[in-house]
Design a protein around this ligand. Structure first.
Ligand code: CTP
Ligand code: MG
Length: 228
């Protein structure tokens, strides 16, 4: 039997959501996003230890919300927050899951699917969902009206979600190798890809959607209403 730690990233401020409190503390049906996400991790039955990266100055409220978790202060970027969480993973953990509090409704089934794929031998596992928009490339940094640089066939694309699961040594190596890469990479699987390690996709789900804007929060309310 292995030992699995989940790092729940919750240190972002939620600028695009635009609430006065950090996004992880915003409520969805009376319950903060952080607590929704943590409950589903616990309900999955495959998480032995929970580390939460808290927004600076909100450590004690996070501890009060999640007494069972090891709460650490996050960093200025998501990558720094995950690194702070990684430093708290017990030596006994051979599998580490990284999950966003901004995806509060990711299901226990999805969490189990990701951990099972890591335990089956895939050293980096992410949920992916088919893309419904047509996606075209532009020059990096382009804004407004600009040249299209080529449409990518949609059938060959997946949108990547969390939770993302890793063999602990692979995630440690990815973070150690790219500590100062300047934030080009937006998730942990991206860091692992830079190492040249393969990443395995399992089916994601609509309910693992990320809450970024007020519209997403309204959609999550609908999804939660349909769940209960
Ligand atoms: N996150 C974090 N530490 C940071 C930035 C983000 O732990 N310094 C976490 C967020 O709390 C969130 C996840 O990473 O759970 C995904 O980030 P995002 O959706 O971008 O959240 P925010 O950064 O809070 O939102 P915004 O970018 O709109 O400010
Ligand atoms: Mg952000």
């Amino acid at each position: 039997m292995g030992h699995t730690t989940a790092i729940l990233t919750a240190a972002g401020s939620g600028l695009r959501l635009g609430h006065p409190e950090p996004k992880a503390l915003v409520r969805l049906h009376e319950t903060p996003l952080l607590q929704h996400a943590a409950r589903r991790l616990v309900m999955s039955g495959v998480i032995d230890h929970l580390v939460v990266t808290a927004p600076d100055g909100h450590e004690s409220i996070c501890r009060a919300l999640l007494p069972e978790a090891d709460v650490v202060v996050g960093g200025a970027t998501r990558q720094e927050s995950v690194a702070a969480g990684l430093a708290r993973v017990p030596d006994s953990s051979d599998v580490v899951l990284v999950h966003d509090a901004a995806r509060p409704l990711a299901s226990p089934e999805l969490i189990r699917r990701v951990v099972a794929a890591v335990r089956a031998g895939h050293r980096a596992v992410v949920p992916g969902v088919p893309v419904t928009d047509t996606i075209t490339a532009v020059d990096p940094g382009a804004e407004g009206a600009t040249a299209a640089r080529g449409t990518v066939p949609r059938a060959g694309l997946r949108a990547v979600q969390t939770p993302q699961g890793f063999d602990r040594t692979v995630l440690d190596a990815a973070h150690a190798a790219h500590r100062l890469d300047g934030g080009l990479v937006t998730d942990d699987a991206g860091l692992v890809e830079l190492l040249g390690e393969p990443v395995w996709l399992v089916p994601g789900e609509e309910s693992a959607m990320k809450i970024t804007t007020a519209r997403d929060l309204a959609l999550a309310e609908l999804l939660l209403g349909a769940e209960s």
